[in-house]
Design a protein around this ligand. Structure first.
Ligand code: ADP
Ligand code: MG
Length: 366
């Protein structure tokens, strides 16, 4: 859209560490956010997301490492010298100013001549033109959020940082704003770095998701790729849910490795195994599994487990969730879509087996 320069280069963090007196919040973190992408930094509370954003914004200096946009080294520069703006969860709007003046505040302070015209153009982008004369208190939470986004975008940053910007909104509004932010990002073509602890939000919005844990990136990639093939236990459980069981790779069989667990010998595609030998955690997603009243037999030997005891059945409308205790394999979850309610007739206490398509299993580091 007119007035917005596309980002000039990738945002690159190289070996960035931030240590506070007794605590390392960000630990030798390296990542590249491709120019113009919608990037999500996803992780549990306390994993170092805000600290990472604050270093990109210049509100915090790294203990070591460098931060660049394209070829420009930002390390050590002041926040206002950086082509970066931040939207915080607490919108931090000026209560005494109208929406229009809130948005025009930054450009006015920088002596931009057509500050009000730029504010109006940005308000149009976030579809708030009709509310430009109101005060922040006369707006809903979602509308205030849009003003906060407009107030950051009007400065024409190359990178927009969003720190849990939808955290204060109720679920329905969150969903609406997710779609809205994605639309705005596509329209302006800037790099967005969106911090969230909500895995569904990260997967819905971002081109690339980086999963962060204890100050480090565990894995990053396109949402569907990450979900399909997690590489660590943490990612397997933080991004969706997984059935995991410890095993040991002790043989190969064509394109597969054979994983021995306490009770089973399971097959796993070599390309989907984090290790070609040694200890591994064998995993499969609950919705990729099926439940059986009888042993599925030798044909499914490498991709089924059982017998186990059904401990719970929950009908959720679109799906039925089964919980099964399998000796030596722990408690497994099976989600089956309700296509054929007649197929399974099981109650808690019954003996059941679980199977899956061999291509869906994965092996992560133990
Ligand atoms: N100024 C500070 N001094 C000491 N510890 C801090 C400071 N800021 C953050 N931390 C610690 O660093 C860790 C990461 O914090 P933060 O980046 O806010 O995590 P997140 O945004 O992922 O929830 C937390 O354990 C937090 O207590
Ligand atoms: Mg935070």
């Amino acid at each position: 859209m007119a007035g917005f320069r596309e980002a000039q280069g990738d945002l690159v963090l190289e070996n960035v560490t931030k240590s506070f007196t007794t605590f390392t919040a960000v630990d030798d973190l390296s990542l590249t956010v491709p120019r113009g992408s919608f990037f999500a930094l996803l992780g549990p509370s306390g994993c170092g997301k805000t600290t990472t954003l604050r270093m990109v914004a210049g509100l915090e200096q790294p203990t070591s490492g460098t931060i660049r946009i394209g070829n420009t080294d930002l390390t050590g520069s002041r926040p206002y010298e950086r082509p970066v703006n931040t939207v915080f969860q607490s919108y931090a709007l000026f209560p005494h100013l109208s929406v229009r003046d809130n948005v025009a505040f930054g450009p006015k302070r920088r002596g931009v001549k057509d500050a009000l015209a730029q504010a109006d153009a940005t308000l149009s982008l976030v579809q708030l033109t009709h509310l430009a004369g109101r005060k922040p208190t006369q707006l809903s939470g979602g509308q205030q959020q849009r003003v906060a986004v407009a107030r950051a975008l009007v400065n024409h940053p190359e990178v927009l940082l969003l720190d849990e910007p939808l955290g204060a909104l109720d679920l329905k509004l969150r969903r609406e704003m997710q779609v809205e932010l994605k639309r705005i990002q596509t329209e302006v073509g800037l790099t967005f770095v969106h911090v969230t602890h909500d895995q569904e939000e990260a997967m819905t919005m971002a081109d690339t998701v980086a999963v962060m844990n204890l100050g480090k990136i565990e894995q990053m990639g396109a949402p569907d790729v990450l979900y399909d093939l997690p590489r660590t236990k943490f990612v397997a459980n933080f991004l969706g849910q997984s059935n995991l069981m410890s095993g040991h790779v002790d043989d190969t069989d064509g394109d597969n490795v054979v994983v021995s667990t306490a009770q089973h010998k399971l097959r796993l595609r070599k390309s989907r195994a984090a290790a070609g030998s040694g200890d591994i955690a064998f995993g499969v997603r609950p919705e990729k599994t099926r439940i059986h009243n009888a042993d599925p037999g030798p044909a499914a030997a490498g991709n089924s487990i059982g017998p186990g005891t059904l401990v719970d059945v929950s009908f959720t409308g679109v799906a039925t969730q089964y919980l099964v205790d399998v000796p030596e394999a722990g408690r497994w979850a099976v989600y089956e879509q309700n296509l054929d309610l007649e197929r399974i007739d099981s109650r808690p206490g019954d003996t059941v087996w679980i199977s899956w398509d061999p291509g869906h299993a994965f092996g992560v580091r133990p």
